[in-house]
Design a protein around this ligand. Structure first.
Ligand SMILES: Cc1cc2nc3c(=O)[nH]c(=O)nc-3n(C[C@H](O)[C@H](O)[C@H](O)COP(=O)(O)O)c2cc1C
Length: 229
């Protein structure tokens, strides 16, 4: 059996209106990128996110791939949804006793990768993940919808279960029981704030000379270099 992927013919970069405009203005942009583009990668992240949001129809545009380092040394990647960028740090949430939680508590080196197809852009972040304090965990938990809160309460994310139907029944039971009282945050449900060390921006260009810009933190200052595609 073989799954053939027609990788030669991918219609990339994605020909959205916005991207097309970028390709037409590419030579001009190259000349001005060095001079005019922001030296603040957090601002640039926000600009790119907004640009994608304006044209994107995906259900979770904040989805990103979070990698942690497994206790066996293998990298371990999964999608999460970015909750916020606060004071230049990237916030994700989930239980601390899940695999990602245990791995990040043991080794806080983390990476996040975003791929935004409409604007043809990728952002890679490497940084240090520190757990949220109780107050912030409470705030993010309150912001979740009730079903998600109940699932967080009854499910031990990533732990084995002999019969998944047990959880479906439990969910139904809790939903009918707890309609007026707020769902309490399980103590292990929290999240991490990732302080970036490096942020790399890549955008597709029609001539395949994709633009790459790497920011590296040095204390409170960001250094920037351009990378070959
Ligand atoms: C688009 C998308 C967004 C997700 N967002 C989250 C999230 O914000 N938090 C979370 O714990 N899991 C989220 N998940 C589920 C995770 O991918 C993963 O299954 C879960 O966190 C368990 O991972 P772990 O066993 O490595 O801890 C998301 C999955 C997808 C596909």
């Amino acid at each position: 059996m073989r799954l053939r992927i027609n990788y030669q013919d991918y219609p990339y970069p994605t020909p959205t209106k916005q991207a097309k405009h970028r390709y037409r203005t590419y030579p001009l942009m190259c000349a001005f990128t060095v001079l005019l583009s922001t030296m603040n990668p957090i601002e640039k992240f926000e600009e790119w996110y907004q640009a994608e949001l304006e044209v994107s129809s995906v259900r979770i545009p904040s989805a990103c791939c979070l990698s942690s380092i497994g206790q066996d040394g293998y990298p371990n990647a999964r999608f999460v949804s970015l909750k916020e960028v606060v004071d230049g740090e990237f916030v994700i949430t989930g239980p601390l006793n899940s695999r990602k939680g245990v791995e990040l508590l043991a080794n806080p080196k983390a990476s996040l990768v975003f791929w935004w197809p409409e604007t043809g852009r990728q952002i890679r972040i490497q940084g240090t993940a520190l757990p949220l304090d109780t107050k912030r965990a409470d705030q993010y938990f309150k912001g979740r919808n009730r079903d998600s809160q109940i699932v967080s309460l009854i499910s031990q994310q990533g732990h084995e279960i002999s019969d998944p139907a047990v959880l479906t029944e439990e969910l139904q039971k809790r939903k009918s029981e707890e309609q007026s009282t707020p769902v309490r945050r399980p103590t292990e449900w929290s999240g991490f704030s990732i302080k970036p060390l490096r942020i790399e921006f890549m955008e597709f260009n029609e001539n395949r000379l994709h633009g790459r810009e790497l920011f590296s933190r040095e204390g409170d200052h960001w250094n920037r270099v351009f990378l070959q595609p």
